[in-house]
Design a protein around this ligand. Structure first.
Ligand code: EPU
Length: 338
């Protein structure tokens, strides 16, 4: 087990922040992970990196950065129409989507092209175009950092919510996710086409009886049309969550902005797109010398010219402050700031 020292990790985070890790280890098996955690003189603190797509580093990383690169996908056929797929944490999420599509397994086609690795998927309950991993997840296995023991969490035990899980909250920094198991359909698929843009995209191509590949293509087209590819424009996808506010707070906003988009959540709350709030506050397409706000999707902050994590953080603070000032809504970051 060879630690690398002072490793630059710009290529390992999609915001392309040029920082270095004091120690770095790529872990390729559970045994190796357990051995590492059971060492006597662990270079602490320990940080975990998966695909590096939801993290902004504002400083060099002391201690050890562990990259979870455990690979492998296995299947067990549960019934005529159900297959359980177990994917190791280091599998690239979209490769898992392709694996499923290649075999005509349905359930994750709406989650096409989400950046990052599989182990991070339950961490923030990834979701897009009307589907969340919560809808298909059966269980998650982990290694407990303090004891090195393996654990299994059922879907319910993961406490998945909108971009939330127990691993971000009560159990923060306590477990390292090593695999996930998802339940997919083999023949009779339940398609999720409610999200307006998917419907329009299918109509445009005169697809009236879509299959899971058609849905995946539609999602890929929509994503490519407004979300910047981190290989060309470094970014972390949505930077903030869409705020959920009480209707009493929405009412005065609607009086002033009659066309404010909003989506009911139960009888007393509504979700209001952060993208709209940020656009109204005048940030869409903003750029300073290093960082900015994407011109097609203002929920995405970009690093266009060697920005540091502090530059990104400062921009996110400025956006938060102006949205708070204009709407009285406090945006919450979806991205982790280290
Ligand atoms: N909007 C604007 N201006 C814009 C763009 C969007 O006002 O320039 C408003 C519109 O009202 C639009 C609404 O925002 O209807 C929603 O926009 P969009 O469909 O692009 O989705 P989003 O709410 O901005 C969320 C997720 C995305 C996910 C999409 C599709 C969050 C924080 N983000 O974005 O997830 O891909 O829905 O389901 O929930 C991610 O988490 O990194 C991510 C990209």
């Amino acid at each position: 087990m060879q630690l690398e020292h002072n490793k630059r990790i710009q290529h390992l985070n999609t915001m392309a922040i040029d920082v270095q890790a004091e120690n770095f280890l790529s872990v390729t098996s559970i045994d190796q992970l357990q051995q590492f955690l059971q060492q006597e003189h662990l270079p602490q603190p320990i940080h975990i990196i998966g695909g590096g797509s939801n993290i902004v580093y504002t400083q060099d990383i002391p201690g050890t950065l562990l990259s979870i690169d455990i690979k492998g996908i296995t299947e067990s056929h549960v019934s005529e129409n159900e297959v359980h797929i177990t994917a190791a944490a280091g599998e690239v999420w979209h490769d898992l989507v392709d694996y499923a599509l290649d075999r005509n397994y349905g359930g994750i086609e709406n989650l096409t092209l989400i950046p990052g690795k599989t182990g991070a998927a339950p961490m923030q309950n990834i979701g897009a175009y009307g589907v969340e991993i919560k809808d298909v997840l059966t269980s998650v296995t982990t290694v407990h950092r303090a004891t090195g023991q393996q654990h299994l969490f059922t879907n319910e035990q993961c406490q998945l919510g909108y971009r939330e899980s127990i691993f971000k909250n009560q159990l923060r920094d306590q477990h390292i996710i090593t695999s996930i198991t998802i339940a997919l359909t083999k023949h009779t698929h339940t398609l999720h086409l409610e999200y307006g843009a998917i419907h329009q995209e299918l109509q445009k191509h005169h697809i009236h009886n879509p299959g899971i590949s058609d849905v995946s293509h539609a999602v890929a087209t929509i994503r490519r049309s407004k979300l910047p590819d981190p290989k060309h424009i470094p970014n972390c996808g949505s930077f903030f969550k869409n705020p959920i506010i009480p209707l009493t707070q929405l009412q005065p906003i609607l009086e002033k902005y009659a066309d404010a988009p909003h989506f009911p959540i139960g009888a007393q709350y509504a979700k209001i797109p952060a993208a709209w709030l940020i656009q109204q506050a005048g940030w869409k397409g903003f750029r300073n010398q290093t960082v900015g706000v994407h011109d097609l999707q203002p929920l995405v902050l970009i690093n266009h010219n060697h920005g540091t994590g502090v530059h990104i953080y400062q921009l996110s603070e400025d956006i938060k402050n102006s949205v708070a000032h204009q709407f009285g809504i406090i945006l919450e970051r979806e991205v982790n700031i280290i």
